[in-house]
Every structure is written in C-alpha cells, then in structure tokens.
Design a protein around this ligand. Structure first.
Ligand code: PRP
Length: 201
C-alpha cells in the first residue's frame, strides 16, 4: 500500500463563488457546486481504492453528524472492501485555545490491527480531527489515514491529511453535511452563510 501523505494539498483553492440562482436565501455565495463535489469525491474514492487495493478490509470511521453525506457518497464509489462505523464528538470552545473534545459515541469494534480511514466533513480549528487522530492512533491500528471534504486554510493541523477535497476561505460554510444550528445540512452544495444569519443569535 502506498502512502497517501504526499497528496495532502491537492484540494482546490476556491476564492470566487458562484451567482446565487435558485439557492437558499440565507446564503451569501455558493463556494462548491454539486458537480464539483461529486467529481472530487469520485477522485478521492478512486485514489483511496488504488492506495488500499492490497488489503482485505478498510475500516471507515465517519464523524457524526457532519460527515454522513460525504461518507455515503464516498463509500459507494469505493472498490476496496470496507466496513463503516461512526463516532460522535463534541468540541468545546472553538474560539478558545483549549479546544477540549469529548467522545459522545464510540466505535462498536476495536480498531487494533485494522486499516482505518477517518472521514470528516470539515477542518475548522483542527481540534476535533487532531484529538480523534491521537485517540485512534493510541488504539494501535495497522494504519490510520484521514479524508476530509473541506479545510479552512488558516490553521496548522499537525497531523497527516491524506485525502482533501477542497481548501476554502475562513467563512461560515453550510451544506453537504455542514450545518449552522443543525440546519442546511442537506443542501447539495457548499455555500457561505450570510453573516446576519449567524450573528443574530
Ligand atoms: C463540526 C465538524 C467537525 C468539527 C470541525 O462538528 O463536523 O467535526 O466541527 O471543527 P474543528 O476543526 O474546529 O474541531 P460539530 O461539533 O459542529 O458537530 P456536527 O458534525 O454534529 O455538526
């Protein structure tokens, strides 16, 4: 199996945004269209299938809630044998340095001796994925890799990011699993939320 670490920054950098035709009125601009998402997810799935084509099973760990749509689309494009499980994490103090993270729901099976792929929707501060990576690493999987749809460009992650969909600006994004107050998750695109929507709470 080849290491995928060298592909860490193959995500696209999106700066423009698209005209808002027939999209939700709470949105400022569409950053990633459904077509761009589907194409990139397929590319990532093909790459993962190539990288893991020698193994008997890939243990995919989806992080609830945000990763459920990416996980569903990605796994249906994989040709490598795989199983799916989920964890739920809660992070506190996104605006603080502490970034404390707590496990709300754990995996059903041990990951020891497994080839594990974490699937996450977004890296914002990076606290959640960093915490999870170290937790799972400590459980002694045979290999541990990460797959993330979007990453904000401002932070230093300090862990390997093996499969990245897109790099995005530091704005509040929703859609394709991403939420604000548990809303907008099922929009088929990734879009910037208008500031007045999240600043009125
Ligand atoms: C979101 C997202 C990531 C995390 C990223 O989860 O799904 O798990 O935040 O942020 P970070 O890089 O700053 O840690 P959230 O806690 O909002 O829960 P959700 O997935 O249920 O929306």
């Amino acid at each position: 199996m080849k290491s995928a670490a060298h592909r860490a920054h193959q995500g696209y950098i999106l700066v423009g945004g698209l005209p808002l035709n027939n999209v939700h009125p709470d949105l400022a601009r569409v950053l990633i269209t459904p077509e761009q998402i589907q194409q990139r997810v397929k590319e990532m799935a093909d790459q993962i299938s190539r990288d893991f084509n020698q193994i008997s099973r890939l243990y995919i760990v989806g992080i609830l809630k945000g990763a459920f749509i990416l996980l569903a689309d990605l796994t249906r494009e994989l040709s490598v044998p795989h199983t799916v499980d989920f964890m739920a994490l809660s992070s506190y103090g996104k605006t603080t340095e502490s970034g404390a993270v707590r496990i709300l729901m754990d995996l059903r099976e041990p990951v020891e001796g497994q080839h594990v792929l974490i699937v996450e929707d977004i890296i914002d501060t990076g606290h959640t994925l960093r915490y999870l990576y170290h937790i799972l690493k400590g459980r002694q999987p045979t290999s541990l890799h990460t797959c993330v749809l979007v990453r904000k460009t401002r932070q230093n992650l300090e862990i390997p990011l093996d499969y990245l969909g897109f790099e995005i600006p530091d704005v509040w994004v929703v859609g394709y699993g991403l939420d604000y107050a548990d809303r907008y998750r099922t929009l088929p695109y990734v879009a910037e939320l208008k500031k007045e929507i999240y600043s009125q709470d």
